[in-house]
Design a protein around this ligand. Structure first.
Ligand SMILES: NC(=O)c1ccc[n+]([C@@H]2O[C@H](COP(=O)([O-])OP(=O)(O)OC[C@H]3O[C@@H](n4cnc5c(N)ncnc54)[C@H](OP(=O)(O)O)[C@@H]3O)[C@@H](O)[C@H]2O)c1
Length: 279
């Protein structure tokens, strides 16, 4: 690793050696996991969940305050980094391998959302969405593949319901999430012969996180039910619901699943299909 790259990979807190058992994927969850977007709502819930299950976790994010607090709370290692900086994804993987000594799981939770139809999407916003939501996951997954193949590891990507039903006001975001879904399926196909699984989780609207903050625009959370229809389950999914699905797909319990998409949307996709059938 070059000096310039190394200076960006600052593990705020070393992962204690006694956390989690090395050597393959445990029944509870993959034991050594790199999580991107750990400073966000869903990524943070994933880090908490995996650490509670005994995994050793290294996570990334840009917000140093939130990252340091989560590292302190969970014992996970924090790599403050902007995934769109040249060389950053590869440096993150190198840093994580250095701390964890190997890798059993990769969770691609970092992402950005831009609320605009395609006709109102600037070149810069398009680039940011594609670089963050598609290019960085590709670079991270490619850099992890050999390490994951060593122990039969797993990749879980956070896609979105918009990968299934594109939303007009989320034009570039919908395109990027469909591309991420396809990236995941191609990883599943290529990884299968090396014992690596790759699956996607598609959250519906969570009460915390980017979906809500983008529609509320700083307004009160009480406005959410007026702005976003509740799914058939009668409640928005929580980041913890999504983290449970991620932990499952990383675990041996999902050994037979690769190239799959698990919706955590309270039945929203099923309901949309039902409406289409009625029409
Ligand atoms: N929440 C939902 O309703 C929902 C629904 C469907 C899909 N999803 C997907 O689930 C994933 C997590 O969503 P969320 O609600 O947890 O979002 P969030 O709270 O906004 O968190 C996004 C995360 O991505 C990180 N990130 C963004 N750009 C980055 C960059 N250039 N370099 C490094 N890190 C970057 C953020 O880091 P910093 O904050 O530190 O900058 C943060 O950790 C996303 O991929 C999203 O598309 C969410």
């Amino acid at each position: 690793m070059s000096a310039a790259t190394a200076s960006r990979v600052l593990v705020a807190r070393e992962v204690p050696g006694e956390l989690g058992a090395h050597g393959g994927v445990s029944a509870a969850a993959a034991s050594r996991v790199l999580v991107t977007g750990g400073t966000g709502a869903i990524g943070g819930a994933v880090v908490e969940r995996l650490c509670r299950g005994g995994a050793e976790v290294v996570f990334t994010g840009r917000n140093r305050r939130r990252g340091a607090a989560l590292a302190q709370r969970t014992g996970a290692g924090f790599v403050p980094s902007d995934l769109c900086e040249p060389g950053a994804p590869e440096a993150i993987v190198e840093g994580a391998l250095g701390v964890l000594g190997g890798l059993d799981g990769l969770v691609l939770a970092a992402g950005v959302l831009h609320r605009a139809p395609l006709s109102e999407t600037s070149d810069a916003d398009w680039d940011t969405l594609l670089e963050t939501n598609v290019v960085a996951p590709f670079l991270l997954a490619r850099a992890c593949l050999d390490a994951l193949a060593d122990g039969g590891g797993a990749v879980v990507a956070l896609a979105s319901g918009t990968a299934e039903w594109p939303e007009a006001e989320l034009g570039a975001y919908s395109v990027s999430k469909r591309a991420l879904l396809w990236l995941t399926r191609m990883l599943a196909v290529e990884g299968a012969v090396r014992g690596v699984r790759a699956n996607a989780v598609s959250p519906g609207h969570t009460a915390d996180g980017m979906g809500s903050s983008s529609v509320l625009g700083g307004g009160p959370i009480d406005d959410l039910a007026r702005l976003v229809p509740l799914p058939p389950s009668g409640r928005y999914s929580t980041p913890e619901d999504v983290a449970g699905a991620v932990a499952y797909l990383l675990s041996d319990a999902a050994a037979g699943s690769t190239g799959a998409t698990l919706a955590v949307d309270g039945g929203m996709l099923a309901a949309l299909r039902a409406v289409r059938v009625r029409q």
